[in-house]
Design a protein around this ligand. Structure first.
Ligand code: AMP
Ligand code: MG
Length: 315
């Protein structure tokens, strides 16, 4: 059954932002648009509100949440001992799709970090959410606004069909510009480590900031680092080139399996932007197999391939 859309508010109206701020102050959850994906937001200073996120998402309590702030100067309110690497990264990329992991201060509650002494933090680049954060005068914590392990939402309608009335309001800010979750860099290690690939790449960081970021090692700290994540109902098969994908399509169709090809040729930005919407759409139309042609692993292509691989893993 399709849940009611009545809690979707037009995010470009001042009154909608006001209603969302007031709900957050009352410890309710609100879905918010960002340039990456839609977030399920709770007021960061309220343990009650933060706990609701885990319940609604079905997310294990040891998976820490990302804190979202309005501006760079709010960093000091929630962190301590900021390393130079973190400073350089935020000066270059905030507001934007980059999350840093740094030492937290005592204002950050254990529920947010899963008891760790570090916190993940970012400054989103979306005018509706920036305005909301300014009026709230607090930070929010916001994982993606979907049930744990499933495909992230990139429109307000996706959030409504996943979470329905479990969220007080959904602020509609249109389609997310990027469509994939933020890059996460752990700045507490030397050298810094990439915990999740995103629109901002390690190659770009090397060129623009002269900082070398290495692959993550050690325990699995980001939920995106689980082997299976971002999973639709349909099966996903990955192919390196279009011709093989077409051969496979014929084969599957001959066996009566409903299937289709996902391919954006060289348009990496469009691939990222549309990937999750296409997977959701395939599920709605009961497609059994998506045959995905992998993009080149350059730029945001690495992040797309990472998501595709995890979505393809069945266990
Ligand atoms: P999500 O909310 O699903 O976009 O994921 C947020 C990601 O940030 C998760 O994968 C977390 O595990 C990761 N994260 C949040 N806080 C920390 C932290 N203190 N240390 C390492 N990773 C973190
Ligand atoms: Mg998520």
């Amino acid at each position: 059954m399709r849940p009611s859309d009545s809690n979707i508010l037009n995010g470009s109206k001042s009154s909608s932002i006001e209603a969302a701020v007031s709900a957050l102050r009352d410890d309710e959850l609100v879905a918010i648009p960002t340039e990456t994906v839609y977030g399920l937001a709770a007021r960061a200073s309220s343990r009650t509100a933060v706990n609701k996120i885990f319940k609604v998402k079905g997310r294990p309590s040891n998976h820490p949440l990302i804190l979202h702030i309005a501006k760079i100067s709010d960093l000091e309110k929630w962190t301590k001992d900021l390393p130079n690497v973190a400073r350089t990264l935020v000066d270059h990329y905030w507001p934007g799709p980059l999350t840093i992991v740094v030492q937290r201060n005592e204002k950050v509650c254990d529920e947010i970090t899963g008891g760790r002494n570090t916190v993940a933090i970012r400054c989103p680049d979306h005018k509706i959410t920036t305005e909301l954060l300014k009026r709230l005068d607090d930070a929010i914590v916001a994982p993606s606004a979907n049930r744990f392990g499933k495909v992230s939402p990139t429109t307000a309608e996706h959030v409504a069909s996943d979470l329905g009335d479990d969220v007080k309001f959904i602020l509609d800010g249109g389609e997310c510009a990027i469509g994939l979750e933020s890059t996460i860099i752990d700045c507490t290690t030397t050298p810094p480590q990439l915990l999740r690939a995103g629109a901002i790449t390690v190659e770009q960081i090397k060129t623009e900031c002269l900082i070398t970021v290495v692959p993550a090692s050690g325990e699995s700290r980001a939920s995106g680092m689980l082997d299976k994540h971002y999973a639709p109902e349909c099966k996903i098969e990955l192919f390196d080139d279009r011709m093989r994908a077409e051969t496979r399509l014929l084969e599957l169709r001959q066996h009566g399996t409903t299937s289709e090809i996902l391919d954006f040729a060289d348009d990496l930005a469009q691939y990222a932007h549309s990937l999750y919407a296409r997977l959701r759409d395939a599920d709605e139309r009961n497609i059994e197999v998506i045959i995905a042609v992998k993009p080149i692993s350059a730029g945001i292509g690495s992040a797309i391939n990472e998501r595709l691989q995890k979505a393809a893993n069945r266990s």
